[in-house]
Design a protein around this ligand. Structure first.
Ligand SMILES: Nc1nc2c(ncn2[C@@H]2O[C@H](COP(=O)(O)OP(=O)(O)OP(=O)(O)O)[C@@H](O)[C@H]2O)c(=O)[nH]1
Length: 649
């Protein structure tokens, strides 16, 4: 159970910090990601603008260039000459050189041709480059630009679709697409011919691409209205696509949204694609030109740029420091969590063990086989264990209210007070006392106390209380056994000796008489011999019982030998002692002791002989008195037994 709780805590320690740290860092990272996404959007906008500017600038320059050529007086004059009285050969050579210089100066133009109204070339630069490798007769009459430009007014322009139809140029064996720009030449209100200026489309698109690839991750898209790919290089997503391929078919997914709106941006996979449709006919050219014509189905073009969008993965890959910080934060949080779980588990374990120990100690204290208590300087109970409370029949309410002395028997109080004084002085104190419970029950105890002092001032005492009642009772029993005869229960000779000196000195002090009777059962040997030893024992018991029934409390009956007894009679003169002896003699004589002999009930009659003497004041020991009494006893035996003989001192 405890182990399971530890596992749950460890699980929480791992998951909770992860959740908390993630919850804290998530919004920050999210904002960071959004900022980066926003910056990517802004970057695509900027790249688009650069691309668009580059494209339109080159187109615009081409248009201006074509118009400028058509407006040049020398060219107009040359065309009038061509159409009329003829041209001067030197002027023609001069013009050819001039046009060749123009083309050489601007390498992005592949050719410049002056064409008459019939479609025949008048002049071209550079000389030797045909409009198409398949043309031999230099006639442009069937071309799209000738047909279109023949219909145009002054300053109108025709732009052919890039690389459409036969508008290619051959450079060093490589065919490159071109855009043909044609504009009519008017002079004196008459159409004198047209100017054809071919723009190297590859040159233009490379310039556009170069401008747009300011971010090496950028991908450039340029397609015509039909989805024809207008770049010489492939795109990032379609590296194999080449000029003229059908982008709309090869990349239907991004193409679809492009056809639905003029401009916009959308996310495709992990790329952001921004696009804009450009119709060069409607772009403003600052009033330089008249109308601009082209083939309707190829315009507008679509210019686009794609940039990889930041993802969580790319964000973390780019932000190595953030990743390390995150890992450090996570591992620190998890480590702290694990440390917290384990230390808490250990703490709980230690607390549980401490509680268990405290309970055990408390149980030991409360239910110890001895009493414990603490008293203040006035002897008032400050603390008492359950054992002692039970002994005294008290409840805990007594704490702080009752004095411990209230439960000490009056005869024990001096000993208790003396011991308590020792304790208050900082010494060990010990006293044997009798405790009296609320129900009057007495208990013999030994109290061992020790005092606690602060700055030599007594604060409280701690005492251990041992119940010695049983020991006392045992001692008493042993003491009684040591003083009594085990067969008859009367006192023995030792007790007689010790007690006699007490009684004799008391008699001497109070000047009172004291007497001694010696008794011996007659022919006791015969009883033993006749009926057996057990019967003799029975006689002895009955004999003492009869005598005790005739004595006072203070008289002392002792068995001093086998069948010999003595009675010490305090405060008794000799004549009274004789009367007592006579009373006993008669009673013994009348006693019949019933016994079983050979399974037959029989009775034994007994008699006894007595020697009686008085103990004089001043006699120090009993010895002489015993001797006298014995002497009387022997006389009584000798005289026939069952009689009393007095022996004067
Ligand atoms: N049954 C029993 N006999 C005891 C005990 N103590 C002593 N005796 C016996 O008491 C007898 C005493 O006998 P004796 O000293 O000869 O005296 P007696 O037979 O009484 O004769 P007299 O005193 O002359 O009358 C002995 O046989 C002892 O063995 C005892 O505790 N029990």
């Amino acid at each position: 159970m405890t182990q399971q709780r530890l596992y749950v805590r460890l699980l929480m320690a791992v998951t909770l910090p992860l959740i908390l740290v993630t919850a804290t860092l998530w919004p920050v990272l999210h904002v960071h990601l959004e900022t980066r996404q926003e910056s990517i959007r802004a970057e695509t906008r900027a790249i688009m603008q650069v691309g668009k500017d580059t494209l339109l600038r080159d187109i615009k320059e081409t248009l201006s260039y074509a118009l400028a050529v058509a407006e040049m007086p020398i060219i107009k004059a040359h065309m009038i000459g061509e159409n009329g009285e003829g041209v001067d050969s030197s002027t023609s050579a001069q013009l050819t050189g001039f046009l060749a210089t123009l083309i050489e100066h601007y390498p992005r133009y592949t050719k410049l041709i002056l064409i008459d109204n019939q479609g025949s070339e008048v002049l071209r630069a550079p000389v030797g480059i045909t409009s198409d490798p398949r043309f031999d007769d230099y006639s442009h009459a069937s071309t799209d630009y000738f047909k279109a430009a023949s219909q145009l007014s002054a300053r109108d322009l025709y732009i052919s679709p890039p690389g459409r139809n036969l508008q290619y140029e051959l450079f060093s064996g490589e065919v490159v697409p071109v855009v043909n720009v044609a504009t009519p030449i008017f002079e004196q209100g008459e159409r004198q011919g047209m100017v054809l200026l071919s723009l190297n489309w590859q040159h233009l698109t490379e310039a556009v691409q170069q401008a747009m690839l300011i971010d090496p991750d950028a991908g450039v898209l340029l397609a015509d209205a039909q989805g024809g790919w207008l770049l010489t290089e492939g795109s990032q997503r379609l590296p194999m696509i080449r000029f003229g391929d059908n982008y709309a078919r090869l990349a239907a997914e991004p193409w679809q949204p492009v056809t639905e709106q003029d401009e916009g941006a959308f996310t495709l996979g992990n790329h952001l694609l921004r696009f804009q449709r450009l119709d060069i006919r409607s772009e403003a050219y600052e009033g330089l030109t008249g109308r601009i014509f082209s083939q309707d189905d190829t315009l507008p073009w679509v210019l686009g740029v794609s940039l990889p969008t930041p993802t969580w993965k790319s964000l973390l890959q780019d932000e190595a420091i953030v990743v390390w910080f995150l890992l450090l934060t996570y591992s620190t949080a998890v480590a702290l969590g694990i440390y917290w779980s384990i230390s808490r588990h250990q703490q709980r374990k230690l607390r549980r063990e401490a509680q268990q120990q405290a309970t055990e100690v408390s149980n030991l204290y409360e239910n110890a086989p001895c009493g414990y208590h603490s008293l203040n300087a006035d002897g008032v109970i400050l603390k008492m264990n359950q054992t002692e409370l039970d002994w005294l029949g008290l409840t805990r309410n007594v704490v702080g209210k009752r004095s411990y002395r209230d439960f000490i028997s009056p005869d024990s109080l001096p000993d208790f007070d003396a011991a308590f004084q020792d304790v208050q002085a900082g010494r060990q104190g010990e006293a044997e006392c009798t405790l009296i419970a609320t129900d009057g029950h007495e208990r013999q105890v030994v109290i061992q106390g020790v005092g606690y002092l602060e700055n030599d001032r007594f604060k409280y005492s701690n005492a251990t209380v041992f119940d010695i009642t049983e020991r006392k009772q045992l001692e008493e029993k042993l003491r009684a056994q040591a003083m009594t005869d085990p067969l008859t229960g009367v006192y023995n000779r030792r007790y007689l000796q010790s007690q006699a000196s007490v009684e004799m000195s008391r008699a001497s002090r109070h000047q009172t008489p004291i007497s001694l009777i010696a008794i011996d059962i007659d022919h006791f040997k015969h009883i033993n011999d006749e009926y057996g030893h057990d019967a003799g024992d029975e006689v002895l018991k009955r004999f003492t019982s009869v005598i005790q029934g005739l004595l006072r409390q203070e008289d002392l009956l002792c068995r001093v030998g086998g069948e010999e007894f003595a009675i010490l009679l305090p405060d008794t003169p000799l004549d009274k002692a004789w009367q007592v002896a006579e009373r006993i003699r008669v009673a013994v004589e009348q006693t019949q002791v019933p016994i079983e002999h050979d399974d037959v009930p029989v009775t034994i009659a007994i008699t006894a002989s007595f020697g009686v003497t008085h103990i004089a004041n001043g006699e120090k020991t009993l010895k002489a008195a015993i001797k006298r009494a014995d002497s009387g006893l022997y006389e009584a035996k000798d005289a026939g037994r069952n009689r009393i003989v007095l022996q004067e001192t």
